[in-house]
Write a protein that binds this ligand. Structure first.
Ligand code: FES
Ligand SMILES: [Fe+2]
Length: 375
């Protein structure tokens, strides 16, 4: 306890909230897209979304549209959705299966699932034209815990280096085996950073989340990742056999492999810059965030359970879905109120409490990524 507060005190000493410019500037938002969302590893979904060769989905990243597809060898690949001929967007259906190739609807240039240009009508007549010179522009991909990540940088930081603090960290939850049971998309009228900040503290839990506060005490948090791109820790579940659900009881059998101590904890992590991961004894939720503008963020929340638990009569996923849908909406509401407030000329930086040490750390990561002065 003492150690935690000393740490929090050290980390928040003198720390203040970001100036309003960071929440209401189209120029700053553009800089974030270029320096953060085009450079960091971004989670786009689950491997299980594209089980077969040719299966694909599209992901918008700022103004870029990316095709994520499984190739003939079973590898996940990603490409800019841009034809190498005259630049047409090729695919507009959000998800589906390509019949062995990706064909541009404009002049029918055709690409293999490995990105090679394999058909280009009449281009053989063009002197020195070589199809090998015009593959789809690739985007780096990585697989982690059943999730697919992409990186739009020309020379991405190697994934294993970027994700070193998290490799193996969540093994107890058997994430690659978990199945998506439900997904809800939210359209939140608030800056993406406000959602990160909101997720990173429970100072707001007593007034905003009365139902959550009955199950998990708002000061029970202990953080183990306190600086850098990954931040978070755990909170206690007050009652034995409890969890975060509408009834306050576990809504499925615990994931096999969860330690005794973790049967009564919920872990919360932010994965900069677009993911929140919440790990309960019997299920996991993940939020993916997609900034649309400085005051609008799309957020998709997924609920994952283990298939063994799903076969049992005590499997009641609605209890988890309804609970977090309620909490999410409460969080979006206060985030939207904050967006309105920080857009005012009256708003300015204000001191963080010791319960907000992760927000100060998140802000530092944003400023580092933007190459702005940390002072
Ligand atoms: S723009 Fe794609 S084939 Fe012409
Ligand atoms: Fe909240």
């Amino acid at each position: 306890m003492t150690v935690f507060f000393k740490t929090a005190e050290t980390l928040t000493a003198g720390a203040k909230t970001l100036p309003g410019y960071y929440y209401r500037s189209a120029d700053l938002f553009q800089a974030e897209i270029e320096r953060i969302f085009y450079r960091r590893w971004l989670c786009v979904g689950r491997e299980a979304q594209i089980p077969e060769p040719g299966d694909y989905f599209l992901q918008q990243v700022g103004p870029e549209n990316i095709i994520i597809v499984r190739d003939q060898q079973g590898r996940v690949r990603a490409y800019y959705n841009v034809c190498r001929h005259r630049g047409s967007r090729m695919c507009t259906t959000e998800a589906g299966r390509f019949p062995k190739a990706i064909q541009c609807p404009y002049h029918a240039w055709t690409y293999g699932l490995d990105g090679r240009l394999i058909g280009a009508p009449h281009m053989a007549e063009v002197r020195d034209f070589d199809k090998a010179d015009y593959p789809l522009h690739p985007v780096a991909t990585a697989s982690w815990e059943g999730f697919i990540l992409i990186n739009l940088a020309e020379q991405p930081e190697p994934f294993e280096h970027a994700y070193a603090p998290l490799l193996g960290k969540f093994a107890g939850w058997r994430l690659p085996e978990l199945q998506t049971v439900h997904q809800i998309s939210y359209d939140v009228q608030a800056n993406w950073k406000l959602l990160f900040q909101n997720y990173s503290e429970c100072y707001h839990c007593p007034p905003v989340h009365p139902e959550l506060s009955k199950l998990s005490h708002y000061t029970s948090g202990r953080n183990d990742l306190i600086e850098g791109p990954f931040l978070g820790g755990f909170m206690d579940i007050d009652h034995e056999g409890g969890s975060l659900s509408m009834s306050g009881r576990a809504c499925a059998a615990p994931i096999a492999g969860i330690s005794q101590e973790n049967l009564q904890r919920v872990y919360y992590y932010t994965l900069f810059p677009n993911m929140f991961l919440t790990l309960h004894p019997e299920y996991v939720t993940a939020h993916l965030l997609w900034p649309q503008s400085y005051d609008r963020t799309l957020n998709s929340c997924s609920w994952f359970f283990h298939p063994e638990a799903m076969k049992r009569p005590d499997f009641r996923p609605d209890e988890a879905v309804d609970f977090w849908d309620m909490i999410n909406r409460e969080d979006w509401h206060v985030s939207e109120l904050t967006q309105l407030g920080v857009s005012s000329k009256a708003y300015g930086p204000s001191p963080y409490s010791q319960q907000e040490s992760l927000l100060a750390a998140f802000d530092r990561e944003v400023l580092r990524a933007l190459e702005h002065d940390l002072g």
